[in-house]
Design a protein around this ligand. Structure first.
Ligand SMILES: [Zn+2]
Length: 218
């Protein structure tokens, strides 16, 4: 085994970004499939066959056909297979745990396929690496808060960023890229701003009366 799986998520992100650049950052799921010569068919369950002799094939349930995250998820499977990383994952983690890792990575990739690089760059130009930038990404992509938060935090695997979502006093979501938050998932936190050092560049935004989004970097 020569591949170091510590680089798995970042290698996959770089691969996704390279493919998206080739596709001129196309955001529509079906147009991405067409450009990649992936056939999309309707069927009883959602699945894909990257190694099909006639070229990669994806099957989705009729109600998921279209510009949907289910199509993006299956595209992510095909991209992971093409990247060669799927083989590395199964070799390292075995069939059972390996497939869970594959599923998690493909779900993670949906955010990258839905929220393109120009969307992220424009959000950061306008609002910096901040909670407002996450809100902007939600608006332009239609993605949910968690997806938009992860997309911003993990945009560059070499950067130091983190984000979190508070539901009342509780930490409902965390995303950390080379940056350790001063609290953990599900912890109750009062006055979260006081937990950050002055150089954390932390920003907060109230999304609803009970939901607060936070982003920091440094
Ligand atoms: Zn899957």
């Amino acid at each position: 085994m020569t591949y170091d799986t510590a680089h798995l998520a970042s290698d996959y992100i770089y691969y996704l970004k390279a493919v998206q650049k080739e596709l001129r950052h196309e955001a529509h799921a079906l147009r991405v499939a067409r450009e990649l010569d992936i056939r999309v068919r309707i069927g009883f369950s959602n699945r894909c066959t990257p190694e099909h002799p006639d070229g990669p094939l994806m099957v989705v349930q009729p109600w998921h056909y279209g510009n949907t995250d289910v199509v993006r998820h299956e595209e992510a499977h095909i991209l992971l297979w093409w990247s060669g990383l799927e083989d590395e994952i199964i070799a390292e983690f075995g069939e059972e745990l390996g497939w869970r890792v594959v599923e998690n990575l493909c779900q993670f990739a949906v955010g990258f396929l839905r929220i393109t690089q120009p969307m992220v760059d424009q959000a950061v130009d306008r609002y910096g690496v901040s909670a407002r930038a996450v809100k902007h990404l939600k608006k332009v992509s239609g993605a949910d808060t968690q997806t938009a938060l992860r997309r911003l935090v993990y945009d560059d695997p070499r950067s130091c960023r983190a984000g979190f979502l508070l539901s009342g006093r509780y930490v409902a979501e965390v995303a950390q890229c080379n940056w350790s938050l001063p609290f953990s998932w599900l912890e109750a936190v009062d006055k979260p701003a006081r937990r950050f050092p002055p150089d954390a560049n932390v920003s907060f935004l109230k999304l609803t009366p009970s939901q607060t989004l936070g982003v920091c970097w440094g």
